[in-house]
Design a protein around this ligand. Sequence first.
Ligand SMILES: CC(=O)N[C@@H]([C@@H](O)[C@H](O)[C@H](O)CO)[C@@H](O)CC(=O)C(=O)O
Length: 306
Amino acid sequence: MKNPNLKGLIAAPFSPMLENGDLNFAILDDYVDYLVTQGVCSVYVNGTTGEGLSLSFEERKLAAEKWVQAGKGKLKSVIIQVGSCSLRDTKALAKHAAAKGADVIATLPPFFFKPKTIGLLVDYLAEVAAEVPDVPFMYYHIPEMTGVHFDMAKLMKEAADRIPNFGGLKFTSLDLSEFGRCSELFGDQLTICYSKDEQVSGAYMLGATAAVGSTYNYCGKLNNKIIDACMNGDFKTAGKLQKKVTLFIGVLLDYGLDVAINKAVMTKLSGLDMGPSRLPLAPVSAQTVENITKDLKKIEFFDWGQ
Ligand SMILES: CC(=O)N[C@@H]([C@@H](O)[C@H](O)[C@H](O)CO)[C@@H](O)CC(=O)C(=O)O
């Protein structure tokens, strides 16, 4: 086992784009500085929020390189998500990211032709992990998107037995009971990053040490207060602030929360232009952004960063 010992808030960064959809790496340094002001410690690159599966192979490599460079000396860890439906591409992306200095490699399962058993999934993960033997290797559990849903405690046991550099999970599911079992059985030896921003306090009560999320891009200060309250045993404060997060995410859901909406909110709050999304999503009009802002102000969102 190779525990990456991830701690605190990890943003799942957007992939900034120009109007024509090209990646816009020119703003990465400012982006990282902004994340640091939010109290974000690390980034999880080329995941769901980063539209990793929609980028070309070459773009994914370039994004990995650029984020590692931009994070140097400012972020604790740069985690690169390398999953795809091609084992060969995934292995090549893992090897490339490790060679460029990624601190942790994570992968999705193959999600078109899906593994039918945990054993087959661990076979696949072992093959990818073997490409990067010196780097902690994590599994990206996000069943709502992949349709691959195995019991994560069982997967952790088999992966820990068979993969020398297994480092843990990114756990993207609302099932806190499953998270709690993983945390109780493996939390001392491996890292299980919780990844549903709506209930991060629940995960911290159950032993989480790190959280990955899209809203931490612009809502890090508030979430750090939630985490601090949990660490200090002040669950009254944690609950009060967590409920604000659920209201905030509720507003975004009312507008059909997706990567395009999320990028527009980030652009509005950070002043950094994230550009459009490349996914098949409805474009977000200036009027929609104004309406979202108005609704967020009603729940005092703009006080949250103070
Ligand atoms: C499906 C999805 O996008 N989930 C988000 C959450 O941060 C999510 O945006 C948040 O909980 C609001 O629902 C993260 O799990 C995404 C993430 O970590 C990633 O981009 O890899």
